[in-house]
Design a protein around this ligand. Structure first.
Ligand SMILES: [Zn+2]
Length: 444
C-alpha cells in the first residue's frame, strides 16, 4: 500500500498493524521526553517508572495520566526545547482562569500543517478547493493558523475573512466564489439569516461544503443534532464535523460518510478512559486521553483532555480503518448524575434548542438536600410560558425519560445572566454543585 496524496497508507491498514506502528512511535516519544522534558523526568523518577518496562500501548496504564492542572502549575517544565527554537506562542484556557502557554517549533508547525492537510483531505478536500476561513487567525489561537498552513500544504486556496461580519462573508463569496467554508457551525445560521434578510440566494451560491469546528453537529447515534438539522434544512451543503484542541495539536475529522472523526495514527495515540482511568469499550463514553507523537516543543503523555466521547473501531467505507470519534458529549467535570441517568449539558441543550418558543435558556445544576444532582432550567421568553410547562417537560421525558425543574424568566433577565462581563462566550451552564465546599466557591 502506498500513500495517496494526503491519504497516508497507515490509515488503511488493519488496526493491529496500526497498534504495532504506534508501539514503535511510543518508544521514540518516551526516549525523547525522558531526555528533554523536566516534567516527565520528574514524573518517571517519582513514580519509579523504568522506560525499559514500557513496550506497547497496553503498558501505558502503568504511567500516571497528565492533567490540565499539571499543565497549569508546571507550564514551563513541559517545554523540551531552548527558547530560541520557539517560533509560535499560543495560549489555551487553563483550569483556574490563568491561560496555559504552548510553544511551537518550526518542526511543530510543519507537523500542524501536515495534520490539517490530511484532515482536510479526509473531509473530501483537494487542491482544487477554495476555502473561506470564517474563523480568526490571531488572538493567540492555534486553529486559524493551522487551517491556513494545512490548506496551503494541500495546494488548495484560501481566503481569510475571519469571524463575524456576515456582510463581508457574502461579499467575499460573491467575489472569490469559494466552494467551502471553515466555521463554527452556529455561525452558519447567522450567515443564512443575513442572506435571507438581504434576499441573497444563498442556496445558489458557490458554497458546497462546510468544515465545522468547535461545536458538535451530531448526537451520540451520529445523526444530526438540532444545530446540524437546522443548518441542513435551510442550506443542504455537506457538513463535516471536526474535533481538535491546542494540547493535542491534532484533529479528528469526518470523511463524507459522516460517522465520526478519523484518528490519525502518525500524530497521536488516543485512549478512552473511565472515572478510574481504565479503558472503556467501544460504544461507551470515555474521556479522550492523548499522547502526542512527533511534537518537539511541548509533547504530552497520557494527557486527559476533559472531553468525553464515544469511539468506534469498525473500518469506514471511505477506506480508512482508523478509530472514529463520535461528538464530544460533554466535559468530564460537567457530568450530571440525574435520577439514575448519566448525562451531559449538551443533551439538555439539544432538547431546548428544538423547542421553538424558547428564546434563551441556562442550565443550572446544584446539589439537593439528599446530596444528589438536581437540574434547574432557566427559560427565557418574551411571552408567559407557564402553561407550556407540561409540554416542555414532555420533551425531556421523551428523550431522557426524566424531566428537570423549570423556572421561567423574562428574556432580557436571562440574557444578562448568560452574558456576564467576565466572559466572552455565553455561559449556558451554571454548576452550583460545590457551592459550599470551600475554596472553589470563589471561582464559581
Ligand atoms: Zn471514513
Amino acid at each position: 500500500m502506498k500513500d495517496i496524496g494526503f491519504f497516508p497508507k497507515i490509515e488503511r491498514e488493519p488496526l493491529s498493524d496500526i497498534r504495532k506502528y504506534q508501539n514503535t512511535r511510543l518508544k521514540d516519544l518516551l526516549n525523547y521526553i525522558s531526555t528533554y522534558s523536566p516534567f516527565y523526568q520528574d514524573l518517571f523518577k517519582r513514580e519509579k517508572i523504568k522506560l525499559s518496562s514500557i513496550h506497547t500501548l497496553d503498558d501505558l496504564n502503568r504511567i500516571p495520566v497528565t492533567t490540565k492542572d499539571d499543565l497549569q502549575q508546571r507550564n514551563h517544565d513541559f517545554l523540551c526545547v531552548p527558547e530560541e527554537k520557539i517560533i509560535d506562542y499560543i495560549t489555551t484556557s487553563g483550569t483556574q482562569g490563568d491561560p496555559v502557554t504552548f510553544a511551537m517549533t518550526d518542526k511543530d508547525l510543519d507537523r500542524l500543517a501536515y495534520n490539517e492537510a490530511i484532515s482536510f483531505t479526509c473531509a473530501d478536500g483537494s487542491a482544487s478547493d477554495i476555502y473561506q476561513l470564517m474563523t480568526t487567525i490571531d488572538r493567540r489561537f492555534m486553529a486559524g493558523l493551522a487551517y491556513f498552513l494545512g490548506i496551503r500544504k494541500m495546494g488548495a486556496s484560501i481566503v481569510r475573512v475571519g469571524n463575524g461580519i456576515p456582510e463581508l462573508q457574502w461579499d467575499t463569496i460573491r467575489r472569490i466564489k469559494p466552494n467551502a467554508i471553515v466555521t463554527v457551525p452556529s455561525f452558519i445560521l447567522k450567515v443564512i439569516e443575513y442572506a435571507e434578510s438581504r434576499n441573497i440566494d444563498y442556496r445558489s451560491s458557490s458554497i458546497r461544503k462546510a468544515v465545522c469546528i468547535g461545536e458538535p453537529l451530531r448526537n451520540t447515534d451520529l445523526t444530526f443534532n438540532t444545530l446540524g438539522k437546522k443548518i441542513n434544512e435551510k442550506w443542504p451543503i455537506q457538513l463535516f464535523s471536526t474535533y481538535a484542541s491546542t494540547e493535542m495539536s491534532t484533529s479528528f475529522t469526518e470523511c463524507s460518510e459522516g460517522i465520526g472523526g478519523h484518528h490519525h495514527p502518525e500524530l497521536i495515540i488516543v485512549e478512552f478512559l473511565d472515572g478510574n482511568d481504565k479503558p472503556v469499550k467501544q460504544g461507551e463514553m470515555g474521556e479522550v486521553t492523548v499522547t502526542t507523537l512527533g511534537v518537539e516543543g511541548m509533547p504530552l503523555l497520557r494527557f486527559k483532555t476533559g472531553d468525553v466521547c464515544i469511539h468506534y473501531n469498525e473500518p469506514c467505507r471511505c477506506g480508512r480503518t482508523t478509530i472514529r470519534l463520535g461528538p464530544v458529549v460533554g466535559r468530564k467535570h460537567q457530568m450530571i448524575k440525574f435520577k439514575g441517568t448519566t448525562l451531559y449539558p449538551s443533551a439538555l441543550y439539544d432538547i431546548l434548542d428544538n423547542i421553538e418558543y424558547i428564546s434563551n435558556y441556562m442550565v443550572e445544576v446544584y446539589t439537593n438536600q439528599i446530596g444528589t444532582d438536581e437540574i434547574l432550567i432557566h427559560i427565557g421568553s418574551e411571552t408567559k410560558l407557564e402553561d407550556r410547562e407540561k409540554d416542555i417537560k414532555d420533551h425531556f421525558r421523551a428523550k431522557l425519560r426524566v424531566a428537570p425543574l423549570l423556572k421561567f424568566e423574562p428574556e432580557a433577565v436571562l440574557h444578562k445572566m448568560l452574558h456576564p462581563e467576565t466572559s466572552r462566550k455565553p455561559v449556558k451552564f451554571l454548576d452550583n454543585r460545590f457551592k459550599n465546599a470551600g475554596p472553589n466557591n470563589s471561582r464559581r
